[in-house]
Design a protein around this ligand. Structure first.
Ligand SMILES: CC(C)(COP(=O)(O)OP(=O)(O)OC[C@H]1O[C@@H](n2cnc3c(N)ncnc32)[C@H](O)[C@@H]1OP(=O)(O)O)[C@@H](O)C(=O)NCCC(=O)NCCS
Length: 157
């Protein structure tokens, strides 16, 4: 596996269920954060923290007993920040039918031991897919900044 990618597969156990017997959204978010941490930390070779989570879309419920695979990829690198995109696939173990159940984007920042930020190595974009993901990550970053600026100006008016 390349240094900007990770894959993690977890069996959905009954302790992850909500009141309706499906997998709890919070249980999934915890696993997503772990994947984002592992992916960014491994790429940057540094301790990282989560600074934001965007576009977590629960497209379909996940059932207890399913095998869930998280495919994480560093899509874009700024100076100290990285956007990690995560695609989540749920597999019915008996039928092997696989569904795309969730996608989301984490911004992780590399931090040095004593509170400073760590510069992260530039991401090498080789495939058309990597270029597409990077372009979309840049657009998301611009939209986030625009939104923050608009909220700030609305707060002043
Ligand atoms: C992450 C953290 C160190 C950034 O500190 P900061 O003073 O905002 O630093 P900067 O403004 O220099 O931003 C650092 C990077 O984070 C990015 N960033 C900051 N706020 C962001 C936000 N809301 N969304 C996305 N990215 C953000 C900046 O764009 C910058 O990226 P770059 O280095 O690639 O240009 C600080 O916000 C922090 O410690 N947050 C808490 C993290 C944490 O505890 N996470 C666990 C939550 S339970």
């Amino acid at each position: 596996m390349e240094t900007h990618e990770v894959a993690m597969t977890v069996l959905m156990t009954p302790d992850m269920a909500n009141f309706s017997g499906k997998v709890h959204g919070g249980a999934l978010l915890k696993l997503l954060d772990q994947v984002a941490y592992a992916c960014a930390s491994r790429y940057a070779a540094s301790y990282v923290v989560t600074v934001s989570v965007d576009q977590v879309v629960f497209r379909q419920p996940i059932h207890v007993g399913e095998l869930v695979t998280f495919l994480g990829s560093v899509n874009h690198v700024g100076t100290s920040s990285m956007e990690v995109g995560i695609k989540v696939l749920a597999e019915n173990i008996q039928t092997r039918a696989t569904r795309h159940v969730n996608s989301c984007f984490f911004t992780m920042v590399a931090v040095a031991e004593h509170d400073g930020k760590n510069r992260v190595a530039a991401l090498e974009l080789r495939t058309p897919e990597q270029h597409r993901r990077s372009r979309q990550a840049v657009l998301r970053r611009k939209l986030r900044e625009e939104l923050a600026a608009r909220f700030a100006s609305a707060a002043q008016s």
